[in-house]
Design a protein around this ligand. Structure first.
Ligand code: NAD
Length: 510
């Protein structure tokens, strides 16, 4: 087999960037270039402040991009890569003709969101970014380049890619593989370094098998052979949708039980433990909460529902749609609870929301559950909804809530958690950031006795004016940049700092 020497990853996002970096790390002889049409994103990947936050990512990128020999190991147990001996082999670019033209193998890692208009709006996948990338491949790629679907796509997309390529280059051949990505945001580097499995779907032809072997050889640099699974293309494409649908289904299952618990006096955490210790069921994804958010679960289940409907399988579609319905129901229950605890009105009240990211350890604002919570709270016309998230960029939050009625006047985004919570009547933690964790039970979350007890610090302090309030000192950017919010936040998260809850308690409205 001819080894792959030049890889192009189209799409410098949450999947393309980390995947390319880990691929480059473990294949020092392979040049990996990440191509994106957004020059700002590319510039950011080349700077000291990467466009996405992922634990461990900055180290891998520095090592592979700059050949930074000061970093000798990404993870103590990782591998025998001799970092000091090699130069950087990871590149970022907007130059499609060169990157695509030189590649032996191209990963398609572009976004495939849910369509929001036209046929299938609200459930089908929008493949326009993918189509545009494939048209670039048709223009610039050399004959025989292996095309790999890394993006999550509906079952049958490989045929669509093949048809586009055939229509432009009918005499040439481009093997198409499916190689979906199973990483989770917040643990992307860990997942890429130690995946449960890598799935490669190929056609049962000689060219298909050869292409699959060439791709598998790249992964074999760090992943044991028995974790590299080979299937046909359609199984591989569908497996990704099914994996996400089943994970989301567990969340909806336990959340539906949480509603039952609230009516019966059972404790959903005890139930999750009792049920999860059965090793046929397992303990993961059984934490009741606000539901699932993020750019993948909702979109991928919707895509599955759409595929089932298109294939005239209404019962299958209804089954998976129920998983989405429970997710919405759970959020509505949450905001109903806030409003009812505040005498059924938010008028004249400030509500603080801690966390905007859909899960901890990511700054991704897309499809955040917080948006639905904010929309629902805004209907009650509070004086203010204050948001603090230790990682989400302000413009990302603004973009997600811009369409909400009243957001412009009533929603305020803070970079200081204590200013965000100060004077609020309710405080909701929407993301389980370690920064929000308290070592002891929170005095502010206990129901206050009607009469303040003088010795209880939180009670007396809650009523005290904010005399001693001083803004927190954020740690300095590790790269020494002046007034660098992203660097300061990164430092805040990396140095394990925790929120000072007694300070929050002092500043809440009684
Ligand atoms: P993203 O939006 O973060 O990144 C996509 C990038 O592709 C963007 O930077 C965009 O500018 C670029 N792009 C779009 N069209 C292009 C074109 N024609 N040429 C060059 N660049 C182009 O998306 P993401 O979160 O990385 O997701 C990518 C795919 O991976 C999606 O299909 C998603 O469902 C799937 N996936 C995502 C995750 C996740 O956790 N985010 C996990 C597994 C799989």
């Amino acid at each position: 087999d001819i080894p792959v020497r030049n890889v192009c990853v189209i799409g410098a996002g949450y999947v393309g960037g980390p995947t390319a970096a880990v691929l480059a790390l473990h294949n020092p002889m392979v040049k990996v270039t990440v191509l994106d049409r957004d020059p700002k994103r590319i510039a950011s990947w080349e700077s000291n402040h990467l466009p996405i936050h992922e634990p461990g990512l900055a180290e891998v990128v520095r090592l592979t991009r700059d050949g930074a020999n000061s970093v000798t190991s990404v993870e103590p147990e990782s591998d025998g890569i001799d970092a000091a001996a090699r130069q950087g082999n990871l590149f970022f670019s907007v130059d499609s003709p060169t990157c695509i033209g030189h590649a032996d193998l191209i990963f398609l890692a572009v976004n495939t969101p849910t369509k929001y208009s036209g046929r299938g709006a609200g459930s089908a996948s929008d493949l326009s970014a993918l189509e545009s990338a494939v048209r670039d491949i048709a223009k610039f790629a050399k004959n025989g380049t292996v095309i790999v679907e890394k993006s999550t796509v509906p079952c049958g997309t490989a045929r669509l890619i093949s048809n586009i390529l055939l229509s432009v280059r009918p005499e040439e051949s481009f093997p198409i593989l499916s190689n979906p990505e199973f990483l989770a945001e917040g643990s992307a580097i860990k997942n890429l370094l130690h995946p449960d499995r890598v799935l490669i779907g190929s056609t049962p032809s000689v060219a298909g098998r050869l292409a699959a072997r060439r791709l598998a050889a790249l992964y074999a640099s760090w992943i044991p052979g028995d974790r590299i699974l080979h299937t046909n293309v359609w199984s591989s494409e569908l497996s990704k949708l099914v994996a996400n649908a089943m994970l989301a289904q567990r969340i909806s299952s336990i959340n539906s039980i949480s509603a039952l618990c609230e009516r019966t006096g059972a404790d959903v955490r005890e139930i999750a433990k009792a049920v999860g210790t059965d090793d046929r069921i397992g303990a993961k994804f059984l934490k009741a909460g606000l539901g699932f958010g993020g750019s993948c679960f909702r979109k991928d289940i919707s895509s599955l529902v759409y595929i089932a409907e298109s294939l005239n399988l209404p019962d299958v579609a209804a089954y998976w749609r129920a998983v989405l319905n429970i997710n919405e129901y759970q959020r509505q229950r949450f905001t109903d609870m806030i409003v009812s605890r505040l005498s059924n009105t938010l008028n004249g009240k400030k509500i603080a929301l801690l966390g905007f990211a859909y899960k901890k350890d990511t700054g991704d604002t897309r499809e955040s559950l917080a948006v639905d919570v904010i929309a629902s709270l805004l209907e009650e016309r509070p004086t203010e909804i204050a948001i603090f998230d230790p990682c989400c960029p302000k413009d990302g939050i603004e973009r997600e809530i811009a369409h909400l009625d009243g957001a412009k006047d009533r929603v305020k985004i803070y970079s200081d958690p204590y200013l965000a919570t100060s004077g609020s009547s309710a405080l909701a933690i929407l993301t389980e950031w370690d920064f929000f964790k308290a070592d002891r039970p929170l005095p502010v979350l206990r129901k206050m006795p009607p009469k303040a007890e003088p010795q209880a610090q939180a009670t007396t302090a809650a009523e005290a004016p904010l005399r001693d309030f001083t803004p927190p000192v954020l740690p300095a950017c590790p790269d020494g940049c002046q007034n660098c919010v992203s660097g300061q936040r990164q430092a805040l998260l990396e140095n394990g700092q925790r929120m000072d809850w007694s300070r929050v308690a002092r500043s809440l409205r009684g």
